[in-house]
Structures are given as structure tokens and as C-alpha cells.
Design a protein around this ligand. Structure first.
Ligand code: F6R
Length: 369
């Protein structure tokens, strides 16, 4: 049932282009308009939403962090993303105009379930983004948008994450469409770009051999750091989480802008630092800032592993290892930038002799608080 792959994780990584396509299927019409009629919250209610709160755990939380950038940009509705386990214990401010989005692959995560129950008690509407039909979280929500990743067997989430991102983008774009924000043209363009993105994921998968080789060469290291900015920051956190749970290594993700506020003290000779680079100048003002960060850490001895878009030549002189991803619209870049990090963690774990589908101490679905 692993279909010729050495692990479910490798199989599920490879299934990502299809998972992304399946999650978009039937939701975009040929004119590029979104149809999310399955979301049983009326257009009138969606127009009255004045705050979005996203709750989730682990990898799903990282999808939620990325969703915040997309929702605020395309809808101009304030959005916060919070760990489900923190949310309900701090007496959050919610009312009937708050839309709470609960993201969960399994639909059974107790922390997320408790957060959504708390939100509904306060009168907020809850939309679940979930991969498991008929599970508890969608059953207890006002509405659900299913991801169509298919069953995810490996404990570490991969294809579910990419489809959670797709679902988050769909919700953000749909809110923008329904509310008619000034970004109307951009929204139509992005819907089209989203419908073509699985080809880019495919291309990334086809170029992963150097990433595997690099991972094997780092198997005896103790620590790997990850840096990113904007939507690349949650990608860095996700890369670090994958490495912790699979390779049992010390891995940490930072917002690159925070480097000088502390983490740069960690940089020493030979320390591998993976940097997720935003789209090149012209499209993202952050690009130049990240290039400076790469120079700074390299000057202090870091072994730089740079994930950058094709055509980005500025990073080349400072990259000890360069991982290319296709040029992608800024907000959608996590769909392609995460894939090499999954492959990296999977290969490093294997090189260290770990069982990738069943990492120690972890369970696929966490049904206790
Ligand atoms: C990491 C991972 C976990 C889950 C988290 C939430 O690879 O799989 O961090 O993402 O336990 O699980 P769900 O999405 O089922 O609520």
C-alpha cells in the first residue's frame, strides 16, 4: 500500500500535486470565480464578519499563520492566528461577527475542538478546514471546507499541510470575492495562479536529488536553524518542526528580522542555516533584507542553505547550497517552498536510522489536551 515508496511519508510527499489539484476541483469555474456553496455561512453573514480568528495546532497552525497574511491582504479584515491550546484559556474576545476558522487534518485534535466549542459558546461562527469526513471538528462547526488530500498515514503532516494552505487561500479569496474589496483584479489573477500551482509543486519534486544528498551530508550535525520572513517565516517554522519530529534534532525557525535581536549569537562555524528567500526585488521589498541576513550569517561561519526562486541571481554568491523553486506569487510561495523542507527532514531522519512514518513519542491524532 506504500505504492513502491520506502515510506508512507515519501508517498504522501509525492502525492502533493494531486492533493492540491483535488482540493481545488469543482471550486473554481472557467471564468475564475470561486464557488464555495458548501460553506453554509450565508454571503450576508460573511459580509458582516469584522474579525477572523484562526485556531489550530502544530503543522495546521503554520498553515493558519500563512492564512493570516492572505486574509488580511485580500480582505482587509483583521485576522489573528492562535495556538488552539492557548486560545481558550485567555478569555478571547469574540462575538457573532467573528469568524473562527479551525484547521485540523484529523478533525479530532482535542485542543482545537475545545477552542471551537469555546468560540461557539461566545456566539462566533466556526468554519472548519478539515481532511477527515464526518470527524468531530466539522460535525461541531457551523460550516466545513474539506481538504481533499486523501488519507494521510505518516504521522508527520505533508500533503495535508499543502491542502490546508489551498483551503485557506480559497477562504481568503472567497471572502474577498463576496465582500468586493479593492483587490478584485488581483483576486481573479491569484485564483488563476492557484489553479496552475500544482505544476510548480511537481517541478519541485522532480529536482529533489541534491536536497537528499545535502540532507545525508548533515546527518551528524546536532542543530539546524531556519530563517524566513513574511509567509516564509511560518515555512521556516514548519521546516524546523519536521526536522524535530523526524530527525530528533535541535531545529529552530526564526523570523529573519529577529536575527539581530538574539538568535545571531547562535551562529558558529559550520552551523547549517536554511533560509527561505522571498520573491526577488520588484515584487518583494523583503528580498534585499534577507540577502543581507544571509551575508551576515555567512560572515560568521554559517553553512547557508538557500531556498530561492529560479532567476534570483542575487543570492548565488552567498549560498553554500542553493535549492531552486519556481517563481511563484508572494503569498502562494509556501506551497512550493515547503516541499524541499519535507524532503530534507525525511531524508535526514532516514540517514540517522529513524523510522519516518512512526516517529517516537508521537501519535497521528492527539485526542487528549
Ligand atoms: C506535524 C503534525 C502535527 C499536527 C497537529 C495537528 O507534522 O502532524 O503537528 O499537525 O497535531 O493535527 P490535526 O491537523 O489533525 O489537528
Amino acid at each position: 500500500e506504500k505504492g513502491g515508496y520506502a515510506s508512507f511519508m515519501l508517498k504522501e510527499i509525492a502525492e502533493q500535486p494531486k492533493a492540491v489539484t483535488d482540493t481545488l476541483l469543482g471550486r473554481i469555474d472557467p471564468e475564475g470565480t470561486l464557488h464555495l456553496d458548501e460553506v453554509r455561512i450565508t454571503r450576508g453573514e460573511l459580509r458582516e464578519v469584522d474579525k477572523v480568528v484562526i485556531v489550530a495546532c502544530g503543522t495546521a497552525f503554520h498553515a493558519g499563520m500563512i492564512a493570516k497574511y492572505a486574509i488580511e491582504h485580500w480582505t482587509r479584515i483583521p485576522c489573528e492566528t492562535e495556538l488552539a491550546s492557548e486560545f481558550r484559556y485567555r478569555d478571547p474576545i469574540l462575538d457573532p461577527h467573528t469568524l473562527v476558522i479551525a484547521i485540523s487534518q484529523s478533525g479530532e485534535t482535542m485542543d482545537t475542538l475545545m477552542a471551537l466549542r469555546h468560540a461557539r459558546e461566545q456566539g462566533a461562527k466556526v468554519l472548519a478546514i478539515c481532511n477527515t469526513n464526518g470527524s468531530t471538528i466539522p460535525r461541531e462547526s457551523d460550516a466545513v471546507l474539506y481538504t481533499h488530500a486523501g488519507p494521510e498515514v505518516a504521522v508527520a503532516s505533508t500533503k495535508a499541510f499543502l491542502t490546508q494552505l489551498v483551503a485557506c487561500y480559497l477562504v481568503a479569496l472567497y471572502l474577498g470575492q463576496v465582500r468586493g474589496t479593492k483587490w478584485g483584479d488581483e483576486i481573479r489573477t491569484v485564483i488563476r495562479q492557484l489553479s496552475e500551482i500544482s505544476g510548480s509543486v511537481d517541478r519541485v519534486l522532480a529536482t529533489m536529488e541534491p536536497v537528499r544528498e545535502l540532507a545525508r551530508s548533515l546527518a551528524s550535525h546536532d542543530t539546524v536553524l531556519f530563517l524566513g520572513r513574511h509567509v516564509g517565516y511560518p515555512v521556516a517554522l514548519e521546516g524546523a518542526l519536521k526536522l524535530k519530529e523526524l530527525a530528533y534534532m535541535h531545529a529552530e525557525g526564526f523570523a529573519a528580522g529577529e536575527l539581530k535581536h538574539g538568535p545571531i549569537a547562535l551562529i558558529e562555524d559550520g552551523l547549517p542555516v536554511v533560509v527561505v528567500v522571498p520573491s526577488p526585488a520588484g515584487r518583494s521589498v523583503l528580498h534585499g533584507k534577507i540577502v543581507s541576513n544571509i551575508q551576515e550569517i555567512r560572515a560568521r561561519g554559517a553553512l547557508t542553505v538557500v531556498i530561492a526562486e529560479e532567476g534570483d541571481e542575487e543570492v548565488v554568491p552567498y549560498a553554500d547550497h542553493l535549492i531552486r523553486i519556481p517563481a511563484t506569487p508572494t503569498l502562494l510561495q509556501p506551497l512550493v517552498a515547503t516541499v524541499p523542507l519535507q524532503v530534507f527532514a525525511c531524508e535526514l531522519a532516514t540517514a540517522r536510522g529513524n523510522e519516518v512514518d512512526q516517529p517516537r513519542n508521537l501519535a497521528k491524532s492527539v485526542t487528549v489536551e
